[in-house]
Design a protein around this ligand. Structure first.
Ligand SMILES: [Zn+2]
Ligand SMILES: [Zn+2]
Length: 291
């Protein structure tokens, strides 16, 4: 089922177990879900929102097939058209190669996430990820299908341009940190929150309070938030979600962003790309300044 070109290189055999469906990957999710039951940050009942989280997990599971199919295809096209690569793996010693890969990958991830918030067209799509008020480890996949579908090719093209096979093993570590960051567990990660995206700092990114808007863009490591001044470590447990009401319906959440984009296009095509204001800010709420 898996193409050899898609699996991690041999140096990272230990991480292969994470790829086995229902294996390590599943254990991590089940383990986090159990912790959410035992030591939840917010105790809540099963509601329509819980079912919606489940629907998004199902969609992400199905999209796994898309990832398996599209990844070798993009690799082959890259080679077929002889597209350029920096070949970091050949020009750098292994420790430096790993460090540069993490720095570049997280740098690109940081600015991609900033773009999702600042470019109105993209915010319409990313807004769905910010809609849950019941943040949990499965919320990693609570995204509009366009965001999920575009992520794989974007990450792969970046790795091919850099010339690094580390994207697969690092990708797994990145996803695991993302699961933990979204989880509804009452664990104090202490100073670790300065380095990685723990529930404490990622919850602030999802906070409903305007003073937390546009903070903590790092989905795994917080380094670029420190560099660009967007880090916030308020030690509290803010409510998550958006101030505006987004219907708790899977179908509506997939259709509405397309309707918002069509509406904006009808108004002014250039407005989709040139306005620096997200819909949040258009309501008169500027970037958080309380951190
Ligand atoms: Zn975001
Ligand atoms: Zn998130």
């Amino acid at each position: 089922m898996f193409s050899p070109s898609w699996l991690p290189p041999k140096d990272f055999e230990l991480l292969r177990w994470l790829f086995v469906p229902g294996g390590g990957y599943g254990f991590v999710l089940v383990g986090l879900a159990l912790l959410e039951l035992l030591i939840p940050q917010n105790r809540r009942r099963w509601t329509r929102a819980s079912l919606l989280s489940g629907a998004y997990l199902l969609m992400a599971g199905k999209l796994g097939i898309y990832t398996v199919a599209v990844t070798p295809l993009i690799r082959k096209l890259w080679l077929y058209f002889n597209l350029p690569s920096a070949h970091l793996d050949r020009i750098l010693p292994l420790p430096l190669y790993m460090l540069v890969t993490v720095l570049v990958a997280t740098f690109l991830g940081y600015w991609a996430h900033v773009g999702l918030h600042r470019i109105p067209l993209l915010w319409h799509i990313h807004k769905i990820h910010h809609s849950p008020r019941n943040l949990n480890c499965g919320s990693v996949y609570h995204k509009h299908f366009l965001e999920l579908i575009l992520h794989t090719p974007a990450a792969l093209i970046a790795s091919l341009a850099l010339g690094t096979d580390l994207v697969a093993p690092f990708g797994i570590i990145f996803i695991l940190i993302d699961f933990v960051g979204h989880s509804n567990v009452k664990l104090n990660f202490g100073k670790l929150s300065y380095v990685i995206s723990t529930p404490q700092v990622h919850r602030i990114h999802h906070s409903r309070e305007p003073r937390h808007y546009d903070r903590n863009f790092g989905n795994q490591f917080m380094i670029w938030d420190h560099v660009f001044g967007t880090f916030c470590d308020d030690v509290e447990n803010p409510p998550t979600g958006l101030l505006e009401e987004i219907p708790e319906s899977f179908v509506k959440q997939q259709i509405l962003p397309l309707a918002w984009i069509a509406r904006d296009m009808g108004r002014r095509v250039s407005g989709l790309f040139t306005s620096a204001e997200t819909p949040r800010n258009r309501r008169g709420e500027s970037r958080g300044s309380g951190c």
